[in-house]
Design a protein. Structure first.
Lengths: 653, 653
């Protein structure tokens, strides 16, 4: 790690060797003009290296003289030692502006599964176990049937009672027993309920106890992620994600259901998602060098529509009022029967759902994150096109889905895009010149802006007064970056020749409006849920964010726009793909499988469209941060302090 | 019914209108010479109709004068009224011979399932039940998932608890519920154990409770029989049998196993037997006009090899010492998964086995015949190539298989054949002329002799002294019918021109020897089992015969040759296809399914080849009736009475 000191701000930050200097500045809360975001095109991110060493940072935008003076382009420079870097203040900016508090980006704490903790709590009890057995060979005096021999031995020597044997085991047992002198490994699948039976699901010749794996999988509308788990250690042996093949048949669940209603549509969508599932299975098995016969179990979680399509269950009533799913609990199903490229012995466990729009992915998140076991009142949010909200603790759980729209994933935003290479993901603005500092994924020229970039840009501009609480640009500012184009106000994030595309990358008022409506829907969602259970924001102990979106969001910015309630960012945790986490946890401990049915029953579903207060809350949330700024005391205090002092923009200080 | 009086015997019998007159004579115990058995070819069965009316009976073998005198050929004549029939005694046969007691053929009492009795005993509780339900339609306030709606309604209004729902039901429930305004029929499969769950296996729109069927099936090595049952009434709606398609791959279980050991052999045999099963299913469904969706369950029983081949379970260790089957209990399996042409909702229940050679067909017979519920000590025999013997009652059951060889099915007999058209199935002999009276199946010219005919012929000749206790012909008799051909003694049952084939139909000494060895194996089987459990023949309360063979055997004749222990024929019951009977009973009452596992455990298997006394008993049984005639007191008494009087044959009386 190297320490980088930025001057004249006197703000320092520690970064890894080789870190991009522009990103280091952003993370330190230091604004450096940078439209092109990382390919040296705009040439605006000139900084002077006063001490220490960087690699790169030189292009034809810098004269030989400049280079000798220590000028480098921050976007092209990598930190190679402790540094002192001076940001040339090219306009008259007073110390007040320099020190204008810019909180370093703070994303949610990422929560990982702690295997040791699980083991200590006795929670690491994989549902599938292997036992190596040396059976006596049959004789004329002892000619028990093969299965009876195995079962009796397990009873006598391993105190295994209430055993059931799968047909696939009966089919192969004569061969397997005789392949290695009646020395075999039996795979036992434990019952979820104590009253249940242990099933013998596989027999393999010799001792294979060292190889016992599970697959956990998230069946997302857009992406399917799989993890290969070692059931002895709990470790992840491999991981792979791929686009759900159903994407060609519709972007969202509604268009998929519409397709499924066509003749042969359901079968087609089922076939296509299974092809993706099999691709993911194939990849993780191959990458980890595991024999398919060593996979003992698979757990899958997905939203209600994805689950029904995968299981070939008619989804048509999901999209029609009163929004009825076919089922919320699914029986254990032989994976091969579903068309999965797994052994005959593998049972697929599919996470139960709560309702048509609070699916198994959310239940998995609640199980995996432990919300259902905690005393703390938790707000769980899985943010995406279809956002789901759960509030509760071990005692009770209330949940709802709200249609936030696709703004957080870049949808409905003029130059919005998913969080992929070239997306502006972080942003700062010079309060005086209104020049932007863009940080893109991959440090390449911008192609568009993704959800986290959008939130940061809107929050930053709002706090600086560049946009007002209605999301409208201050019409009085004089900068070519803010302009009216075809009657619509917009801010130019990057000029055409600084981008990867053939036009300017802009942020428009309708974009901001879409974001406000999306965050308004989310905010109204959890406010309505809280009200329905008679609680308020102050009662919340913590927030858990799930979903691809939450990983990189600047929490303070999300609070500024009113997407999250204003609270201590330390109380916000990010669990990543909650669906995958829950599927993984279920693979590692039977306890989850046992508890999940009860938890599903406990989760009270609220149909927001049927809840009168939802629309009121929504309307009230269509402001930055909210109609009632009393709900955002810190922001209000800052705004008032600023008013009392000076508006840095308007007053040009 | 008409009464037919035979003179000069003064013996009468009641027969149905249109009955064959030759058969009537045989059944009355009246000998009429009849080589050709029913096509008027030999012309020997001339009788005089002294009173009453027959139709037919006239051919070119009778002169106009004879006809006018009332002569008719018995084999061609049908009884149309009460008759007085004189059998012309063409040789000097004294009254002693005429009155030589010939017991009318007595076959075992056929036992049928008494449904009313089952219902009274509370035993008629089909494992699958239908319920018609009028569910409330969902509303915004009540938008339960479809499955939950169904399950809740059953709980609330039908006190149905502990319900499980099949995936196939989840798949179709959205469509089915909405097809007829949420009025549906649910099919419930009851658990075998009280602790188990009731499964909802099907939902159908509207009220279909009137149509609820089951299939019972016997998977025989040779033949596959299926029955379609109405689960509301217990009645048989249709029945069909066909040759097991595996016959082309070997006649017996051993050759089938040998074939199954070849690459792809097991898969082939499984495929072939399933094709036959599907053919049988298709036929009975079509004949009965039942929709395949109305079939709710199927129960199958077969010997251990047939079961393993059907389930695609490697059978190789069945045929190798120490004769180990893969399993004796099979889990419930989805019929469609096995390749059966039945709905997704149908579970196949496969009867458990005891050992490699006492299979599910025998267990089914024990369950179906009620042996396991009676206090009476019962000898149960399923006679065929592989004969199985069970002795016991409700307290205990001992069982064994013995390889009787195929003699009872006509195998290993020079002109032996299965019980098909043209097979001599009954026989009598004129003690003086040694002319035969052949009765064939279908009343056509003989093609050969089947098991029941063989037993009757050998028993009759033995009792008349034509063959001795070693099964050798009396060399002193002067008749062209007994001759030495290629060094082998034989009796000509029918001359070439009286047959359907191009040669004489004969019964040879090696044939008799084969029969003696077959019956010796059977006799030794039950004697050894009795000895092993410390009992004797006198302890037996009754005998149950099962299998195609037992239906037409003359019980007294079977006792004369020592195939059955000598006992009151009234104590012998014939249940027909025991395997099919058990499968049918299991379809009609869950009680059987519940008891069967316990019964299977109770059945102690004896490997006769490992039981020292078996060979001794076998050697002792290689005589007619047995070395120890003390075991056949009635036969011994008759023989002694005859010796004290006169040997009708030798003395020409």
């Amino acid at each position: 790690m190297h320490k980088v000191m930025f001057l004249p701000h006197k703000r320092d930050i520690k970064v890894a060797d080789g870190a991009n200097l522009l990103r280091a500045a952003m993370d330190a809360g230091v604004h450096v003009n940078a439209s092109c975001a990382g390919e040296g095109v705009c040439g605006k991110c000139r900084v002077i290296i006063e001490a220490g060493e960087v690699s790169g940072g030189i292009s034809e935008k810098l004269s030989r003289a400049d280079i000798e003076k220590g000028y480098r382009q921050a976007c092209l420079a990598q930190v190679k030692s402790d540094l002192t870097v001076r940001v040339p203040v090219e306009s008259a900016v007073d110390a007040g502006v320099l020190n204008a508090r810019r909180t370093p980006r703070q994303t949610a704490r990422i929560k990982e599964i702690n295997l040791d903790e699980l083991k200590e709590k006795g929670l690491f009890v994989p549902p599938v176990e292997k036992k190596y057995l040396e059976l006596p060979a049959p004789t004329a005096q002892d000619n028990l049937p093969d299965v009876t021999r195995l079962v009796s031995y397990l009873k006598l020597n391993h105190a295994e009672h209430r055993l059931e044997v799968d047909l696939s085991v009966i089919r192969k047992i004569p061969r397997v027993l005789r392949q290695n002198e009646f020395k075999v490994t039996a795979t036992l699948a434990r019952p979820v309920q104590e009253t249940g039976k242990t099933r013998i699901i596989n027999v393999q010749p010799g001792d294979t106890t060292e190889r016992n794996c599970a697959i956990a999988m998230d069946i997302g509308t857009t992406t399917i992620y799989g993890q290969l788990l070692d059931l002895r250690t709990g470790r992840i042996l491999g991981e792979y994600g791929d686009f759900n093949g159903q994407i060609s048949y519709g972007e969202d669940v509604i268009s998929r259901i519409v397709y499924a209603e066509k003749p042969g549509g359901l079968e087609k969508l089922s076939e296509v998602v299974l092809a993706t599932i099999n691709k993911v299975i194939g990849r993780i098995i191959k990458k980890a060098g595991v024999d398919p016969d060593e996979i003992s179990t698979i757990t899958l979680a997905g939203n209600t529509t994805m689950t029904q399509l995968m299981l070939r269950i008619d989804p048509r009533s999901i999209r029609r009022a009163p929004y009825v799913p076919a089922a919320t609990l699914y029986p254990p199903i032989k994976a091969a029967d579903l068309g999965m490229a797994l052994g005959d012995h593998v049972t697929a466990l599919v996470y139960p759902a709560v309702s048509s729009y609070v699916g198994g992915d959310i239940v998995a998140g609640i199980m995996g994150s432990g919300v259902y076991r905690t005393d703390e009142l938790t707000l769980y949010m899985d943010i995406g096109t279809n956002a789901e909200i759960v509030i509760g603790n071990r005692e009770w759980l209330a949940c709802a889905a709200c249609s936030a729209g696709p703004a957080f994933e870049g949808g409905g935003i003029k130059l919005g895009m998913r969080a992929a290479k070239g997306a502006i993901e972080d942003f700062s603005i010079d309060p005086l010149t209104l020049e932007p500092m863009n940080i893109t994924i991959g440090n390449v020229r911008p192609k568009g802006i993704c959800g986290s970039g959008l939130i940061t840009a809107v929050a930053t501009m709002f706090e600086m007064g560049i946009i007002d609480s209605l999301g409208k640009f201050n019409r009085d500012l004089e900068t070519p970056r803010i302009r009216k184009s075809d009657g619509i106000y917009e801010y130019v994030l990057a000029w055409k020749d600084e981008t990867q595309i053939d036009r300017d990358v802009v942020l428009t008022e309708p974009d901001i409006d879409n974001l406000i409506r999306a965050k308004g829907a989310m905010y109204s969602g959890f406010m309505t849920l809280l009200e329905e259970v008679g609680l308020s924001l102050n009662d919340l102990d913590r927030v858990i964010l799930a979903g691809g979106f939450g990983s990189y969001v600047d929490l303070e910015k999300a609070m500024i726009i009113g997407l999250l309630p204003e609270m201590d960012p330390a109380k916000v945790t990010y669990i990543g793909n909650g669906s995958l986490l829950g599927a993984r946890m279920s693979s590692l401990t039977n306890r989850i499988r046992k508890d999940v049915v009860e938890v599903t029953r406990k989760m009270t579903n609220f149909e927001l469209s049927e809840t009168a207060s939802y629309m009121d809350n929504y309307i009230a949330a269509l402001f930055l941060p909210h109609t009632d700024t009393g709900k955002f005391p810190k922001l209000k205090a800052r705004q008032e302090a600023r008013k009392a002092g000076a508006n840095p923009v308007k007053n040009g200080v």
